[in-house]
Design a protein around this ligand. Sequence first.
Ligand SMILES: *Cc1c(COP(=O)(O)O)cnc(C)c1O
Length: 425
Amino acid sequence: MNLTSLPQGPAFHYEGDALCVEGVRVAELAREHGTPLFVYSHAAMLGALSAYQRGFAGRKARVFYALKANSSLAVLQVFARAGCGFDIVSGGELERVLAAGAQPADIIFSGVGKTRREMRRALELGIHCFNVESEPELDVLSAVATELGVRAPVSLRVNPDVNPLTHPYISTGLKGNKFGIAHKDALRAYQRAAALPGLRVVGIDCHIGSQITNVTPYLDAMDRILDLVTAIESAGIPIVHIDFGGGLGIVYNEEQPPAADALWQRLLAKLDARGFGDRQLMVEPGRSLVGNAGICVTEVLYLKPGEQKNFCIIDAAMNDLPRPAMYEAFHQIVPVQRRAGATTVYDVVGPVCESGDWIGRERALSAQPGEWLAVLSAGAYCMSMASNYNSRGRAAEVLVDGSKVHVIRERESIEDQLRGEKLLP
Ligand SMILES: *Cc1c(COP(=O)(O)O)cnc(C)c1O
């Protein structure tokens, strides 16, 4: 038997020429459940989490999964059962996490634009912490908490102004970004927070960007944050926890991101050297927990040769896989059944009426209409960003655990899409 692993790890591999997820053939899943179909590996999710857990062994540290990467209920359930907390960015995500079985005390609430209604709900439930992103938000949160007769636990998201060396749309820790409180203003913001009646300062946090493949920005951000912790505590405001955010990159193509445990070995060495090693630590990974735990299976509809380009038209599109259109992101595209034979170079595109609807450019494929392809590394920022553009129903999702297959989301029907819309009288 010829077992070949794909870059996204051993849960996804070829047995002979058949693509498999754990113990299940992808072709069987496509036949049974139709396409486009997201297929996730339970083992790959827990494997990604265990790299963080190894890195933090013996430390006071907790992983808060940033669910905007993939917020499907069963995915949340996997991480809740494994002991994770959750980093939410909306009231909708709050309800999702609760529906998946997490407790309010497992939740931290990030985001630049929390509404009063969202704050009220989170305060009534008693979440672990609000990651506050501006001084005006401090005032509003204090007022809402005071109305409810409680004190909101707050951490201030500080913008350390380091370059994460990633795509501009997913870098968040630079001066020009909308996120966080500027490093130079942070001490003043902490003094303001400490003086407000409805707040209780508990921590500090930062999140410098996404798909970071380099250790240096993390080390630099940590230095900047630790400098601030020293200054804030010197001003008489104790900082209980330090949250270093998420952002660790994954392998889509030829990136070489550090493993989570290797990254944290470097970061913990710095924390120890600076005397912060016994602090309560938090991280908010999203992509690195789920990105390579999922693929999107799609059928080839048409091959369209052209003078300048050949097109391979598939049944998945930018509404299912938005990352190429949004960030010019790269996903590997591989056959579900490999076979020998000549390949042709295609642009792989979806049926949506936009030139931006491409999934891969200049890919050598031997696929024929009716055959299936797998778009790799599709576990993060795909289904959670999926839309109904062109009135396309969203894809189905299955989760594979060993030889067991669980349907975790039914394919969206036209009735689902029309629900809630009203004709004029
Ligand atoms: C998106 C986000 C994360 C997760 O980022 P990844 O790159 O997916 O790890 C963590 N924290 C905050 C505040 C975020 O907005």
